[in-house]
Design a protein around this ligand. Structure first.
Ligand SMILES: Nc1ncnc2c1ncn2[C@@H]1O[C@H](COP(=O)(O)OP(=O)(O)OP(=O)(O)O)[C@@H](O)[C@H]1O
Ligand SMILES: [Mg+2]
Length: 395
């Protein structure tokens, strides 16, 4: 096949197989239920945890195992002295920062077309905004150059291989990415089309591999933005990377399925494009099953009664008094409470009530945006193992 944009066809499916339609429907209804009983403020603070989780797994796929504690520190500007570990921390914090920007744009209804040239280049530029120059040096397989954030591969020395796959030659990337933007215009699609295109475009983007490095992470952020567009983001309460990193049954599935989707058409019964339609349908089904699995997992973690139980368990673990348990539970349900209300809510005299409140603030479980403002829940890294079992791998 010559190196024309037809290489990424089929980029859409003309008819959706029943299995795919069913998955879309299940995903839509599960996502609509995820966190729907939570107070919006509690949900918004849980989305902070989801962004750290997504960053953790998205970077883990690249081999960067920066733990939630170190991501949390990096977000607070506390970086390691060791340059290698520091750079990994910067990458992890950047992933959180870009996802927060996506979530905010989405909430404002201002999220751009997710496959557009400008948006994708912006994702890459933003992801590398805080990068140390050493993180932009691309070496190996005869390559040695400085990557410019937000710029496509363009010169022959930028050429890449991904596993067995040889992406388009660098001088052609711009044309391929314009074609990709044209094929995935979300504002022209219905809900099912958007969900299916979230899956297909994840592969087609990586098939083009438009940047010298950072494609995987940018594509996972693009998919997150597409989930918002499709109306299945559940306010940012789930994200794709944990599922991609873990697979349905084993860790290697992501690369295997990407490799499968690179397959060329087998026969006249395998669609009409350059790539296999059968492999594409297998990829879409896998991707949507992974998404559904994540939505269900997060629904279990964020279920109101279960969350309340684990908050209480955490307070006991931290040897806090029973009133602290009750206070956490109340804040979870009401989203926030004024500091002045704590005595009434806990039934404690003012000084004791203040002591309980201060203990929770000191543990990082309650916080306010202004010093005297109303407090709402926070989920510090130190609390994650008890509050959200299995969200991160045990070490
Ligand atoms: N056979 C394949 N065909 C197309 N894309 C693939 C294939 N195998 C893996 N990929 C994609 O390529 C990404 C790796 O590319 P690259 O190193 O540029 O991105 P990264 O963000 O630096 O790394 P990573 O994706 O591992 O975090 C993988 O994450 C995956 O999304
Ligand atoms: Mg890489």
């Amino acid at each position: 096949m010559i190196d024309t944009t037809q290489r990424i066809e089929p980029a859409r499916l003309e008819a959706l197989p029943e299995k795919v339609t069913d998955l879309v429907a299940e995903l839509a209804s599960s996502a609509a239920n995820l966190g729907n009983r939570l107070h919006p403020l509690t949900a918004a603070n849980l989305a902070d945890v989801v962004r750290i989780m997504n960053s953790y797994y998205s970077n883990l796929i690249e081999g960067n195992n920066t733990r939630p504690r170190d991501i949390e520190r990096a977000l607070a500007g506390d970086l390691e002295a060791d340059p290698a570990r520091r750079n990994l921390q910067i990458e992890a914090a950047s992933h959180v920062r870009v996802q927060a920007a996506i979530d905010q744009l989405a909430r404002q209804g201002a999220l751009p077309e997710p496959a557009s040239v400008d948006f994708i280049r912006w994702l890459h530029r933003e992801f590398y905004r805080d990068a140390d120059p050493s993180m932009l040096v691309v070496t190996g397989a005869g390559r040695d150059f400085n990557m410019v954030p937000g710029e496509w591969r363009s010169r022959p020395e930028h050429d890449v291989a991904v596993g067995r796959h040889i992406p388009p030659a660098s001088p052609r990337v711009d044309e391929f990415m314009r074609y990709l933007a044209d094929r995935y215009q979300f504002n022209t699609m219905g809900m099912a089309g958007k969900v299916v295109c979230m899956a297909i475009s994840h592969h087609r983007f990586n098939f083009i591999h438009p940047f010298p490095d950072g494609n995987g992470r940018v594509s996972r952020l693009m998919s997150h933005a597409m989930a918002w567009h499709a109306g299945i983001a559940a306010g940012g309460l789930w994200s794709i990377s944990r599922g991609l990193a873990r697979g349905l049954a084993s860790r290697g599935e992501y690369n295997q399925m990407m490799d499968l989707a690179d397959s060329v058409r087998e026969s006249d019964l395998d669609g009409r494009g350059n790539l296999s339609q059968k492999a594409l349908i297998a990829f879409i089904s896998w991707f949507l099953e992974v998404a559904l699995d994540q939505v269900r997992f997060m629904s279990g973690l964020f279920e109101l009664e279960a969350l309340s139980r684990r908050l209480r368990a955490l307070a006991r673990e931290l040897l806090l008094p029973a009133e602290a348990e009750f206070l956490l539970d109340t804040v979870m349900q009401r989203g926030e409470i004024d500091r002045g209300e704590v005595p009434r809510v806990t039934g404690l005299p003012e000084r004791s009530a203040r002591r309980v409140l201060n203990a929770l603030v000191q543990k990082g479980l309650l916080a306010s945006t202004t010093p005297k403002g109303a407090v709402s829940l926070r989920f510090p890294a130190s609390s994650l193992e008890i509050l959200f079992p299995r969200l991160f791998p045990q070490i």
